[in-house]
Each structure stands twice: as structure tokens, then as C-alpha cells.
Design a protein around this ligand. Structure first.
Ligand code: ATP
Ligand code: MG
Length: 273
């Protein structure tokens, strides 16, 4: 199991979660006035010896004994060859999948023991962005985003203020009446990001958000994700986008055949395809 590499200060023995207690990833600390160190916060997300085996491939775990912590407000890239387990990792976080063994905690909730009735609440807290946008083709930009609030019962007054606000944030205020087929790929992805964050979830998970976009457009999407992260949203991005990872110098987690093989602060993409 790789230790997290990097410059973040760490201190042994301060772990409060199961993952921390395995000492694979220790909490960040800051010096307090009396000279003692204290944990900044408990991890927002913990994977504790997590494995996922698909029935169709019983002898080849898609994730294999992964243990790591992600702290509130972090921006994390998830990299690895095709088939290394990135999407599996992402889909475990929104409970599209359930781990075969191990524990996953997010905001204090154990996703492995959580009952299905907890899923809607979880998904209100975990915004999701995918490679293929998943917009409703017969709805406008505004409606695609407002729909996400309607289905969770938000009042129209809230919708009328929050939707334009989020569309301004993603730079689509002027295009709120356009249909998806009147928008470029980058604009459609920005609609899907607006939809994912309009309810202001503390977590945003993205699976290849720039996979269908040209480099210039991808840069705009990454800058947007960075801006969202600056509002304390914890952002996890599975990606093949080498340029992006190398430019942004954020924490990089690398999977290989389902195993965690690298965990690096301010990392680079770092392997050949
Ligand atoms: N529904 C499924 N049934 C069986 N095996 C699956 C299923 N989904 C994924 N796998 C397998 O699990 C492993 C990890 O797949 P996953 O989709 O998580 O990889 P990935 O890193 O996201 O790949 P890519 O970069 O191509 O998107 C692969 O061996 C894949 O074939
Ligand atoms: Mg994938």
C-alpha cells in the first residue's frame, strides 16, 4: 500500500477514522499556539480495505483492497490505465455500486451498510458529472438544471434564484433558453456541471468530464471545477487527460489493476499509455 507522498504535514497517532488508523493516510495537521498539533478535520471520504468484484469477473477484482482518505475541500485526480478501476471507484461513491468488502465512509455515512432508502439523500450531497453529459434533449439549459431541484421538491422561489446564479457561475447565463443541440460540447458539459452543483453539494465526483472535449474546451471545464473546489467543495475527477493533470498539480491517486499504486500531493499524470 503506498504511503501518500508529498509535503502535507502529518503526525502519527491522530487518526480518528478507521482509514486513518491503518496509517495509510494520516490527517493533515496545523501547529496550534501551544505548540501541539491537531487534525484540521476528519476525512470527508474514507475507503477502508475496499474491494469490488463484479459477478462477471469473479477472479479479477475491479478494485482490490483500496484504503485512502480524502479531506474536505481537496481536489483529487484519479488516474490509471483503461480498466484500472477508476469508474468503479466513482460509482461506489454515489452508491451506484456497493463494495464487495471493506468500508466506505462519506460525510460520516457508511455506504456499505447504508440502506437503499438513504440513496436519495446521499445523491443530494454528491453531485455527479459524466463524460456523456446526460442532458435531457427536449429541455432548455434552464430546465435541465431546474429539473434537478424540482425532483427534490425545492420551491419555485428557490429555483428562480439558484438556477440563474449557477448558470452565471458556469458562464451560461446568456444561454439559459437554448436546447442541448444548440450548445457546443463544452457548453453541454457546463450545463451538466451546473446541474450537479445547483443544490450546492459538498462533494462533486466526475468521471472523464473532458473525455469528449478538445484541449481548449477541456481547460475551461477544469478551470470551472477548480473554481467550484475553491468554495470548499471536495472534487474528485477520474481522467485520462494528461495535460490537465500535469498542469494543475493537484493530488493524484493512481490505480493499476484495481490497486492503489500511487498517492501523491501536487502530482503528475505519470505513466505512459
Ligand atoms: N459491469 C461490469 N461487469 C463486469 N466487469 C466490469 C464491469 N464494469 C467494469 N468491469 C471491469 O472492472 C475493471 C475496472 O473497470 P472500470 O470501468 O472501473 O475501469 P476504468 O479505469 O474506469 O477504465 P476506463 O479508463 O476505460 O474508463 C475492468 O476490468 C472492467 O472490465
Ligand atoms: Mg472509466
Amino acid at each position: 500500500m503506498p504511503e501518500r507522498q508529498g509535503t502535507a504535514a502529518t503526525a502519527k497517532g491522530l487518526g480518528r477514522t478507521a482509514a486513518s488508523q491503518t496509517l495509510t493516510s494520516l490527517p493533515r495537521v496545523e501547529a496550534s499556539v501551544d505548540g501541539f498539533s491537531r487534525p484540521l478535520e476528519r476525512p470527508a471520504i474514507s475507503f477502508v480495505h475496499v474491494s469490488k468484484v463484479y459477478p462477471a469477473q469473479p477472479n479479477k477484482p475491479a478494485l482490490n483492497d483500496v484504503t485512502l482518505d480524502i479531506h474536505e475541500g481537496e481536489f483529487v485526480f484519479l488516474v490509471g490505465q483503461s480498466g484500472s478501476g477508476k469508474s468503479t471507484f466513482i460509482r461506489l461513491l454515489n452508491r451506484e455500486l456497493v463494495a464487495t468488502s471493506g468500508q466506505i465512509f462519506i460525510g460520516g455515512t457508511n455506504l456499505v451498510t447504508m440502506r437503499n432508502w438513504g440513496i436519495p439523500k446521499l445523491r443530494r450531497n454528491v453531485g455527479c458529472v459524466f463524460q456523456d453529459f446526460k442532458l435531457l434533449p427536449n429541455k432548455t439549459t434552464f430546465e435541465n438544471v431546474s429539473f434537478a431541484l424540482e425532483v427534490i421538491g425545492k420551491h419555485s422561489a428557490v429555483i428562480k434564484t439558484q438556477v440563474p446564479e449557477v448558470l452565471r457561475l458556469v458562464g451560461l447565463y446568456e444561454k439559459m433558453d437554448k436546447m442541448p443541440d444548440q450548445l457546443s460540447g463544452g457548453e453541454q458539459q457546463r450545463v451538466s456541471i451546473a446541474r450537479a452543483i445547483v443544490n450546492r453539494p459538498p462533494y462533486l465526483i466526475c468521471d472523464e468530464p473532458t473525455g469528449n472535449l478538445d484541449p481548449q474546451t477541456s481547460l475551461g471545464i477544469m478551470r470551472l471545477l477548480e473554481r467550484i473546489n475553491r468554495t470548499r467543495t471536495t472534487v474528485i475527477v477520474a481522467t485520462h487527460d494528461r495535460e490537465m493533470v500535469d498542469n494543475m498539480r493537484r493530488r493524484v491517486i493512481e490505480l493499476e489493476n484495481g490497486r492503489l499504486v500511487r498517492d501523491q500531493d501536487r502530482g503528475v499524470y505519470g505513466f505512459d499509455v
